[in-house]
Design a protein around this ligand. Structure first.
Ligand code: NAD
Length: 276
């Protein structure tokens, strides 16, 4: 082959490669270096999404897990308590990928205490991370989605957005707020190709829940195995934990055309908890 033809071939190969990359959808998943967020990011990477990871923990392991599926991945260390850092995370996403298709508001924290002893600082942290951060993230995402004419916003709420459990005042208040916020965003975007829905998981065995099991075992002088069984028996008629893969698949469903007219819905995945 003549040199000129070879150069033309290389040029179009690069062009096609860039076009192929530009076709890939981008998902930003908050709190995604562990637990449910990492599970969601992994299921999305498997189906061809590029991923923005966020959260604190073993970042290298999370990046390697996502890259293994051929996804482009960046990590942003935004502390979601800080609105400016959330804004910077969206700017970094656009600077890197030039697009954002899906926002998954997943990051969350828990603290368990009777109301009279509930520290105000813990209340403020839970409201900031579990409720205010999704609001700020949505404020950042909507102009991007509107400019593109497409967006999927998925808020990881909880069964605690629908029902309460004792000693979880801040978490229950925040998660009920997330479900209200989801409906509000869905209405404000109802005539567009942007949807906003929530997922309400029951118990999922992640670091957030493992800590509650360990704390219960310490308080009651039992073992983590005993408390794990007690926890699941109290709430899940199925007697089984929900898996992070199941939550990831639910996110993909909400991003599929089948869910185009799901707007402001709460998808419950809870082993029968709220059916009781
Ligand atoms: P997890 O502790 O494994 O993950 C939480 C993630 O949020 C972590 O990556 C953490 O680093 C990140 N995070 C916490 N504070 C942050 C901050 N200030 N800035 C940025 N990131 C921060 O917990 P998980 O169980 O995977 O929880 C994920 C979401 O699912 C939460 O919103 C939680 O409320 C919800 N949820 C969990 C369960 C469950 O049983 N595990 C059930 C229902 C809902």
């Amino acid at each position: 082959m003549r040199m000129k033809n070879i150069l033309v071939l290389i040029f179009f190969t690069i062009l096609n490669f860039d076009a192929a990359l530009a076709d890939r959808k981008v998902a930003l998943v908050t709190g995604s270096v562990s637990g449910i967020g990492l599970g969601i990011a992994t299921e999305m990477a498997k189906t061809g999404y590029d991923i923005v990871l966020n959260g604190f923990g073993d970042v290298d392991k999370a990046v390697a897990q996502i890259s293994a599926f051929g996804a482009r991945v960046i990590y942003d260390d935004a502390d979601l308590k800080d609105p400016d850092q959330i804004g910077n995370m969206f700017r970094k996403t656009m600077d890197t990928f030039g697009r954002l298709d899906v926002l998954v508001n997943n990051a969350g924290i828990q603290y368990v205490s009777p109301i009279e002893e509930f520290p105000l600082e813990k209340w403020n942290d839970i409201i900031a991370i579990n409720l205010t951060a999704p609001f700020i993230a949505i404020q950042n995402a909507l102009p991007i989605s509107k400019a593109r004419g497409y967006g999927r916003i998925i808020n990881i709420a909880s069964t605690h957005g629908l029902v309460a459990s004792v000693n979880k005042s801040a978490y229950v208040a925040a998660k009920h707020g997330v479900i209200g916020l989801t409906k509000e965003v869905a209405l404000e975007t109802a005539t567009t190709n942007i949807t906003c829905n929530a997922i309400c998981p029951g118990w999922v065995l992640t670091p957030l829940v493992e800590k509650q099991i360990t704390d219960r075992a310490t308080q009651k002088g039992t073992s983590t195995e005993v408390e794990k069984l007690a926890l699941i028996s109290e709430k899940h008629p199925s007697q089984q934990f929900v898996t992070v893969e199941q939550i990831g698949q639910a996110v993909l469903f909400l991003c599929s055309p089948a869910a185009d007219q799901m707007r402001g819905a709460s998808l419950v995945i809870d082993g029968g908890w709220t059916a009781q």
